[in-house]
Design a protein around this ligand. Structure first.
Ligand SMILES: Cc1cc2nc3c(=O)[nH]c(=O)nc-3n(C[C@H](O)[C@H](O)[C@H](O)COP(=O)(O)OP(=O)(O)OC[C@H]3O[C@@H](n4cnc5c(N)ncnc54)[C@H](O)[C@@H]3O)c2cc1C
Ligand code: FES
Ligand code: FES
Length: 1342
């Protein structure tokens, strides 16, 4: 029996009916497509769009759903959170799927997990929210009284880019057994130390939500497992399933025999269990597997058997099941038998996220044979045995140096399958440890991963057997057997350590250009990790009474495994005055108005709009070269692909192909030259996304390559700069340097940052009559989109309507670069006269849309012996990429922030915007300000280190005071920075902390703590004068309901909520009567992008203006009927023929700066803040822990403290990512190598400070903005640099141990690699870097 894919199922009876349930509804799918994921099925076939697509690679959790299954052999119901983006539809036979829509809705009733995330302000843009809701829901279904550690574990696979996680944890804490605790640990938990709840809480802490409002969780009310499914599951007799698709056949055999038979027939068949590896290969590596074998039904592969000397795990056993079994064993067996199990559990702790562990199989991890597998080193070190079979028999393989035969190759023959893995008990006198070092602790792949096992001659320290296994050091997991054999028979002591290190350094070498880079770091890690093992074994031997050296007390911390502390937090804000009217919501912490809908999945994002009947999908054709002439484009093969309607190129543009944000220096479609990888050359339009994407890969392009300019240093060498080169100068620089007691020079590089909004760029264009086109776009700039689409189509702007309901995050990334996609989609819709949609895949989005500008700063600073600054000469170079976009304004803002908050009499800053062959970089929260200030904080740290003064003292000494003026001659009035500084010092207990840090550092050689307090002063206004304007349109309908529209867009920041608060106060009407439906270009025209933190100020004033007009118009009716209701006055005015619609407008007064004369006002006002952070670094691995951050932020009179604290925490966390975690890797040829959550790490739940205090400065009205408030979106981001400088402080302490004193360069981000390399010691010395210029590195600092 053959088929299109050639799969032969043999003679057995087969079923091709896939039966499963979704939210209680039975689905029988007769044509299940083996290549379809559950996510596509839910969103496209069932219209359940609450489950989101964020990455398609299991890395963000936006697609989390719960799968429930009845397990016959254990008679148990299993509830598992899984990633719908990786779950094959065909794997769902007899499974119940629960999506966010299935557990509650705004119309029906919210489930407590939905309600609590919304009311605790844990949903901003909301795109991550359904996934987080479902992770929590699945946890509660398996454990109705979890503790916070369980919650944190459940969230390891979920990302949020907006909230900073704190409110989510806070909200869900109320569902845990830790629920009522205040969380502060200074005096112990108030619930356990005997004091009354709240006694230990900060007396000023102000709640942001009221737990009394929460609906209680009642586990008895949960949706039940479908009874019919239970009957089906219990009554099933195993029967092979077979589903055939265009390119793949899915075979799910019913027995081991059948399985072996099929594998014999189809040796090339892919075995799929969790699909967490194969799914990635199919989606991102374009692999096609004609036959897929799923061993779900086969008992031998799914069972766990306890045998005499260990445990046998079926190859298809999931990692979470394996973890549970091992945990149980650890609790019951004698400790000496469980060393291997503990090592496996240690690796599982940091293995992916819960959703992956719930489905990924142990056999899948072994058989993938990844060189950075986390389990294989343990299996090798422990000497695990594998049982493998084919149709003709079975054999046992040892996981030794012969098992992995090459990159992703094993000793199994093609017809063989792995049946089980035997994990042995450890023996007396055997010690095992496992280590994993990755850029981010949670859900990340390893840089180096290792496991080590040593056995001793009984009751001695003589090594009897030693296995050192490493991943990340070669094309396979390897055993360092040369070193191991050298150490046999030796005594476990200092000499052995020395020999082991020099031998490992010799044995484990990497080529300088090895993929993954970080060569010295990886080599150093192999030694550092061995050293950790060495120390822990010393400890264990002593515990057994064996005579060995004692671990010196200052080294003990090097043996500790990571101890996680559940974060605790305090929020402080000023409550509204007692006499404020109850229904006046300004200043109150009201919830984001869409939060409930976001938590139930009912909030609609662009790609949630149902498909139009004749809709088409578009896929971009982009350049694979950074700099080249296009020789020829051949789309003939693509045009023949299934479903393709047409291919589009520059010749299809009806209007102008020239486009751009400030200057028209870009093209919609490149036609002669490409100037970056990802440059849009054309597009394919087809009936489905899959067809469009497949066809776009079939387009062949020939290039004639030219040498690209990739890095800032290359641009400097080639003098490749955009003009003008900006300078701000004040005072007499020469005299300043002459007067200085000391002059220092230094430099710093600050890496770029990917926006990583959870919702990627998306446009849906719908052509109408007369050249009209309606576009639904996820953009911060509807008007810019409108004008550029009009330009490319050659129609007046009045034909183009751009509508924005909400975005799943923006952060500046959807300010200008969105038009790259919108213009192309508009060209397609115009040409075909059919609706066309495109939502970029995550990897495409990351590749082509640019991000935060990398900066290089070079400085010379003059200062007195007291630390007082007298002169600064600083040059900034930004990597702008292949078009100007907003780069000049970004550089200008960097210059406007070059002195951060410090007074410097003689100063010059120059800004060079480098033209390179990277995709154009663009706006990103802070817009150059953070980079400008980062360099400032670098030189002030140098000054302090040079003078050996405490850094906080030098900072304080140089802080501006009221009435000072900036280098651009703006007088600082309403200067609240000093207040923030003092409050932060007090709240953080800075002096006590400092002493404790010093004490800690004295006592610990390999762990160091650091402390830093950093101020920020952030200018508010667009630096382009004309953008400082806004409009609003307010309608009152005859039933009294108000429709509010303004120029700003909603991307999670709560702008619409704040605007409703403003309108409610001005109109004197309850906020429940006011509705914001969307932002659109036909209601408020010519709007500025929602950016520069100024949207509440600008739009708020415009809304106020419109509402005041309406209030005036209603005034006569109020007077006439003072006891009447709002509706009465509205009706009366209507019948009196009064217009109940008003336009509002606002422009910021008194702005206008001139670079030529260094005069005129740049900013309307400044937002101020200060943060103090404490960190601990592991000097041996470079890992760091954020212990505490205290933030004091001046937001004026907050319009909404919940939203403002949300902005502070969200920005701070994004800054934490920028300065300590997020690294974009580019090849020397300009190819972005990090293109998804797998390789690009934004902060996760586990990265936030263990103690976080946010205080909004009291009594600080700002008379320059709406209701005395201040802008808040961007200013707090820079405060996260306090973590960077705390890390630098800790590194200084580590360097001091090696007698390295004084300033040193530390580039941003302070990644584990940089931290480790900077902590120079005996291990780093054994792994020197290769000489620059002698090799081609894997990646370059751009
Ligand atoms: C987001 C994410 C995070 C991850 N994090 C980590 C991590 O931290 N550490 C880590 O080590 N890995 C990680 N991985 C990799 C992956 O999860 C593991 O390798 C996983 O164990 C694979 O199991 P699976 O069941 O999903 O494999 P599948 O994708 O179903 O199959 C993987 C491969 O194994 C083969 N195979 C499976 N079973 C058998 C068998 N019985 N006999 C023969 N061949 C078989 C298949 O043919 C296939 O080639 C991650 C993956 C993702 C997507
Ligand atoms: S979309 Fe599935 S994990 Fe990101
Ligand atoms: S609210 Fe989490 S990504 Fe926006």
């Amino acid at each position: 029996m053959g088929d299109r894919t050639g799969a032969n199922t043999g003679p057995r009876a087969v079923s091709d009916r896939l039966v499963f349930f979704v939210n209680g509804r039975k689905i029988v799918e007769e044509n299940a497509d083996p290549e379809m994921t559950l996510l596509s099925y839910l969103r496209r076939k069932l219209g359940l769009t609450g489950t989101k697509l964020g990455c398609a690679e299991g890395g963000c959790g936006a697609c989390t759903v719960m799968l429930s299954r009845y397990e016959q052999h254990t008679n148990q119901l299993l509830h598992l959170s899984v990633n719908a983006c990786l779950a094959p539809l065909c794997s769902l036979h007899l499974v119940a799927v629960t999506t966010v829509e299935g557990i509650g809705s705004v119309a029906r009733k919210l489930h407590p997990v939905q309600e609590r995330i919304a009311k605790s302000h844990g949903s901003q843009c909301g795109f991550c929210t359904p996934g987080i809701v479902m992770s929590m829901y699945a946890l509660l279904r398996t454990n109705s009284s979890p503790c916070m550690a369980d919650v944190e574990e459940a969230f390891q696979g979920n990302l949020c880019r907006c909230t900073g996680y704190r409110p989510i944890l806070e909200g869900y804490k109320t569902l845990t057994v830790d629920g009522g605790c205040c969380g502060r640990r200074d005096n112990g938990c108030c619930l356990t130390n005997g004091s009354t709840a709240g006694d230990d809480c900060d007396q000023e802490a102000t709640p942001l939500f009221d737990t009394a409002e929460f609906v209680p969780l009642d586990p008895t009310q949960e949706v039940i497992f479908p009874p019919e499914l239970m009957i089906l599951s219990k009554g099933q007799t195993p029967r092979m399933l077979c589903f055939r698709g265009d390119r793949t056949t899915w075979l799910q055999p019913a027995s081991l025999d059948e399985f072996l038979h099929l594998k014999w027939k189809h040796p090339e068949a892919r075995i799929v269990v969790g699909n967490t590896e194969v799914g990635i290969e199919v989606k991102f590596k374009n692999m096609v597997y004609p036959v897929v074998l799923a061993p779900t039904f086969i008992p031998e592969l799914n069972s766990v058997t306890h045998v005499e000397d260990g445990i046998l795990f079926g190859a298809a056993v999931s990692l979470s099941h394996m973890g549970a079994v091992l945990k149980q064993a650890v609790q019951t067996l004698p400790p000496h038998q469980t060393e291997v199990f503990l090592a496996v559990l240690e690796q599982l702790r940091w293995f992916a996220g819960q959703q992956i562990r719930n489905v990924a199989a142990v056999g899948g991890n072994i058989m993938t044979a990844s060189p950075i597998s986390d389990l294989n080193p343990v299996f090798m070190a422990a000497g695990c045995r594998l049982s493998v079979r084919d149709k003709e028999g079975r054999r046992e393989l040892h996981m030794d140096h012969t098992f992995f035969s090459g990159y992703r190759k094993t000793a199994l023959r093609p017809q063989e399958v792995l049946v089980s893995v035997h994990i042995p008990y450890s023996k007396k006198h055997q010690f095992v440890s496992a280590f994993k070092q990755s850029p981010r602790r949670e859900d990340d792949i390893s840089i180096v991963t290792a496991a080590m096992s040593v056995s001793f001659v009984p009751n001695t320290s003589v090594v009897d057997e030693l296995r050192l296994s490493y991943g990340g050091m070669a094309a396979t997991t390897l055993l360092a057997h040369k070193t191991a054999s050298r150490l046999l028979g030796r005594s476990w002591g200092e000499e052995l350590l020395q020999e082991a290190c020099s031998s490992l350094a010799e044995e484990l070498v990497l080529e300088p250009s090895v993929p993954g880079g970080m060569v010295s770091y990886r080599c150093t890690l192999t030694l550092s990790l061995f050293y950790k093992f060495y120390l822990s074994v010393l400890q264990k031997l002593r515990l057994q009474g064996v005579e060995v050296e004692k671990v010196p007390p200052n080294c003990v911390s090097a043996t500790e495994v990571y101890r996680h502390v559940t974060p605790s937090s305090t929020q402080i804000y000023q409550a509204v005055p007692d006499n404020q009217r109850e229904d006046d919501v300004v200043g109150r912490p009201i919830m984001h108005l869409s939060a409930m809908k976001q938590a139930t999945g009912e909030a609609l994002y662009c790609d949630d709009i149902p498909l139009y009947e004749n809709e088409l999908y578009l896929s971009l054709i982009t350049s694979s070269k950074a700099h080249a002439t296009i020789v020829c484009v051949d789309a003939s093969e693509a045009e023949q692909c299934p479903g393709v309607v047409c291919c589009l190129f520059a010749t299809d543009v009806p209007g102008s192909n020239a486009t751009g944000t400030i200057e028209y220096d870009e093209t919609v479609f490149a036609h002669e030259q490409v100037t970056c990888v990802g440059h849009v050359i054309g597009a394919v339009v087809a009936d489905t996304q899959l067809h469009a994407q497949r066809a776009s890969r079939a387009v062949k392009i020939q290039y004639k390559e030219q040498q690209p300019i990739v890095t800032i240093q290359e641009a400097i060498a080639a003098k490749s700069f955009y003009q003008p080169i900006r300078t701000i100068q004040r005072g007499d620089l020469e005299a300043g340097f002459e007067q200085a007691d000391h002059v220092l020079e230094g430099e710093m590089h600050i890496g770029g940052q990917e926006h990583f909004y959870l919702e990627t760029n998306v446009t849906l264009a719908v052509p109408r009559e007369d050249g009209e086109m309606e576009l639904f776009v996820s953009t911060q700039a509807p008007s810019k989109t409108q004008s550029l689409v009009a330009k490319v189509l050659g129609v007046p702007e009045n034909r183009i309507l751009v509508r924005v309901k909400r975005m799943g995050g923006g952060f500046g990334g959807k300010e200008s670069r969105t038009t790259m996609l919108s213009t192309v989609v508009a060209v397609a819709a115009n040409k075909l006269k059919r609706p066309v949609r495109c939502m970029l895949d995550r990897d495409e989005d990351m590749l082509i849309t640019g991000g935060r500008h990398p900066f290089y700063g070079k400085y010379k600073v003059g200062f007195m012996s007291s630390g007082k600054l007298v002169a600064l000469d600083v040059s900034y170079y930004s990597n702008a990429g292949n078009s100007l976009d907003l780069s000049l304004s970004v550089m200008e803002r960097a210059l406007f922030h070059m002195e951060n908050s410090y007074s410097i009499p003689n100063i010059r800053g120059q800004g060079f915007v480098c033209r390179t062959n990277l995709p154009s970089n663009t706006a990103f929260r802070g817009f150059g300000g953070p980079q400008g200030m980062m360099v400032a904080e670098s030189w002030i740290t140098d000054v302090a280190q040079n003078l050996n003064l405490p850094a906080y003292q030098v900072r304080e000494l140089n802080l501006y005071v009221e009435g000072d003026s900036t280098p651009y001659n703006q007088i600082l009035d309403q200067f609240t920075l000093k207040r923030c500084w003092t409050e932060c010092l007090t709240r953080s207990r800075y002096n006590q902390r400092q002493s404790a840090v010093e004490e800690f550092n004295r006592k610990n050689r390999w762990s160091k703590r650091g402390l830093a307090i950093v101020p920020t002063k952030f200018g508010i206004s667009f630096t382009a004068l004309f953008l400082n304007q806004a409009g609003a349109l307010v309608h009152i309908y005859t039933d009294g309901s108000v429709l509010l529209t303004h120029g700003g867009t909603e991307m999670g920041q709560g702008l619409h909520t704040k605007m409703v608060q403003v309108a409610s106060r001005v109109l004197g009407v309850s906020s429940s009567k006011i509705y914001v439906s969307e932002t659109s270009t036909n209601t408020v025209p010519n709007t500025s992008p929602t950016a520069a933190s100024a949207s509440s100020d600008l739009n708020g004033a415009a809304v106020q203006n419109a509402c005041e007009q309406l209030w005036e118009r209603l005034q006569p009716y109020r007077k006439r009927n003072p006891t009447g209701r709002w509706e009465d006055w509205v009706k009366a005015a209507y019948f009196d023929r009064v217009s109940l619609s008003a336009n509002g407008f606002y422009k910021t007064p008194d702005l206008g700066y001139d670079f030529e004369t260094n005069s005129g006002r740049v900013f309307h006002y400044f937002s101020y803040g200060v943060a103090c952070s404490e960190v601990e670094i592991d000097c041996l691995t470079g890992a760091h822990t954020n212990l505490s951050s205290t933030i004091v932020m001046d937001v004026g009179h907050s319009l909404n403290p919940a939203l403002d604290i949300g902005q502070v925490e969200g920005a701070f966390t994004q800054g934490l990512g920028l300065f300590t975690l997020e690294e974009l890797h580019y090849s020397p040829q300009g190819v972005l190598l990090s293109r998804g959550p797998g390789s690009y790490k934004i902060p996760a739940f586990g990265d936030i400070p263990s103690e976080l205090t946010v205080s909004l400065l009291r009594d600080a009205p700002n008379h320059k903005a709406i209701f005395a408030s201040k802008a808040v979106g961007e200013p707090p981001l820079f405060l996260a640099s306090s973590i960077f400088f705390a890390i630098k402080d800790a590194i200084s302490a580590a360097r001091a141990e090696s007698a390295l004193i004084g300033p040193f360069r530390l580039d941003s981000p302070a990644s584990a690699e940089r931290i480790r390399n900077a902590c120079s010691d005996q291990f780093t010395k054994l792994c020197p870097p290769a000489e620059k210029g002698t090799f081609t590195p894997w990646s370059v600092q751009v």
